[in-house]
Write a protein that binds this ligand. Structure first.
Ligand SMILES: [Zn+2]
Length: 159
């Protein structure tokens, strides 16, 4: 299970590193730890087979964060994905469903979350960085499935 202490620590940093106002721990969505198969089914019920690369996701509709059970949440590299999702929670609190309204806005929303995640990794002395692929994405044709289907999915790009 995910401890309140870890959530308090991460949401405080998520706020500081992203610039979004903080929210109290008891206002956060519940965090559910799921297996790869359960996560794929929850996020992509119609195409679970093509949806196996997810580390964590924040589902605005159900107000829940799903985290993959293979993540070691004692480890900064792994719990940085939880921090990333907490940035989305703060974004959603501040700006509502508009954060994932269209491709350019989603790109901006994800860029903010990855910047906070990477700033956290740097602060924790980790050399991993995530989300570099976003820099190569454009919304022109919206060909990337990242944006065409479940745009709130955060793919596990490196790992
Ligand atoms: Zn994200």
């Amino acid at each position: 299970m995910v401890s309140q202490e870890l959530l308090a620590f991460l949401v405080d940093l998520a706020s500081k590193l992203s610039g979004y106002p903080p929210i109290p721990v008891d206002a956060l969505p519940p965090v559910q730890v799921l297996s790869e198969a359960e996560l794929a089914k929850a996020v992509c019920p119609d195409a679970a087979a093509g949806c196996t690369n997810i580390a964590a996701t924040f589902e605005t509709e159900h107000y829940v964060i799903y985290v993959r059970d293979t993540l070691d949440l004692e480890n900064a590299a792994d719990n940085s994905f939880l921090l990333h999702e907490l940035v989305h929670v703060l974004q959603h609190k501040a700006r509502g469903d508009a954060i994932f309204a269209d491709c350019p806005t989603t790109l901006k929303t994800e860029t903010e979350a990855y910047q906070a995640q990477n700033a956290y990794l740097k602060r924790e002395g980790q050399f991993l960085r995530f989300g570099e692929a976003l820099g190569f994405m454009s919304c022109a044709g919206e060909q990337n499935t990242f944006f065409t289907r479940d745009i709130m999915i955060d793919p596990l790009i490196v790992k």
